[in-house]
Design a binder for this molecule. Structure first.
Ligand code: ZN
Ligand code: ZN
Length: 339
């Protein structure tokens, strides 16, 4: 008799996920089977489900903020034990041979695999992962505000936290740091930035008092509407909201030599803007994916801050509701599916 599991499956972009009963996959050589305890819902999942990213595997199990326990090891896996708590991130594999991989930039690999996009992810009771890209999570990776388990609390670290951490590094030495879009990633970055003695200026959708209050609670010195200028000049800004119009707004808000980092995988078109907004050696750049080194650094740092995640749990079968709440901005903090 084959064991079965429940998974939420995307059959066609633009249509809701379907709850499907399917066989539990078997780990091949170098793979690990993870029993999913929690899987965060990331904005990238929305872009995949809505058909805004070009080449998802179909049918697809989304989800790339996975925390669970090792259920079975494939042939040749070293360094992981059955029952061990692990995290599975967006970078599911890289080729190890292209110019980027050889230069330590596996986040830019020419032939990558991405969890929950080109590889089945964690909106399921179990998932497979390449053991070399899995992070062992010791005890107490993170404290959870409202989370009912350590796994639920840790799930948002696996992408929101990791990409946020990488974006924060790209923002350089900025003291006055703007965060545009105050969702799952920003709520973690705000804590890292405050821990490092930076001043966080949070910008939300105009009139989103809930998100602005949340930002202040997490140590932001200012929280306001993204369509208004900041009360002080910024040294850098990170854009988490997928809104192209925020690019010129952020360039306008940063000082000479300031850096604007676009941290999302997808963004609406950037409107044209006068060259003077970029003049003065301002820098505009994106951040793509993560390296395993980012993960190791960030997961070691998070308990020292300590990062406290704020999560809203949904049952696995309510994945469509979680995505809808993320789309409409009804969430503060991070949505997490708990199978
Ligand atoms: Zn590569
Ligand atoms: Zn993500």
């Amino acid at each position: 008799m084959t064991e079965t599991m429940r998974a939420m499956v995307l059959e066609r972009p633009g249509s809701p996920l379907r709850s499907v009963e399917m066989a539990v996959p078997r780990p091949g050589p170098g793979e690990v089977l993870v029993k999913v305890a929690a899987c965060g819902v990331c904005r990238t999942d929305l872009h995949v489900v809505d058909g805004e990213l070009p080449e998802p595997k179909l049918p697809l199990i989304p989800g790339h903020e996975i925390v669970g326990h090792v259920a079975a090891l494939g042939e040749g896996v070293a360094g992981l034990r059955p029952g061990e708590r692990v995290g599975v991130p967006w970078l599911g594999r890289s080729c190890g041979r292209c110019r980027y991989c050889r230069a330590g930039k596996e986040n830019l690999c020419d032939r990558p695999g991405f969890t929950g996009y080109t590889i089945d992810g964690g909106y399921a009771q179990t998932c497979l992962a390449d053991a070399r890209y899995v992070f062992p999570l010791g005890q107490g990776a993170v404290a959870g505000g409202e989370a009912r388990s350590a796994e639920e609390a840790a799930a948002p670290l696996l992408c929101a936290g990791l990409i946020g951490y990488r974006a924060l590094k790209m923002a350089g030495e900025a003291e006055a740091l703007g965060l545009y879009g105050f969702g799952a990633a920003a709520h973690i970055v705000a804590q890292l930035a405050a821990h490092e003695g930076r001043q966080v200026y949070a910008f939300t959708r105009p009139g989103d008092w809930a998100a602005q209050g949340f930002a202040r609670q997490l140590g932001a010195v200012f929280a306001g509407d993204s369509d208004k200028p900041p009360p002080a000049e910024l040294d850098a800004a990170i854009l988490f909201a997928p809104v192209g119009a925020l690019v010129p707004a952020a360039l306008q808000a940063v000082r000479k030599g300031g850096i604007v980092v676009a941290a999302g995988i997808h963004m609406s078109d950037i409107p044209s803007f006068p060259y003077r907004l970029l003049w003065g050696e301002r820098v505009l750049r994106s951040v793509a994916n993560l390296t395993r080194a980012d993960g190791e650094e960030f997961l070691a740092l998070a308990p020292k801050v300590p990062v406290v995640t704020h999560t809203s749990a949904y049952p696995l079968q309510a994945a469509n509701e979680a995505l809808a709440d993320l789309r409409s901005g009804a969430l503060t903090g991070a949505a997490v599916l708990v199978p």
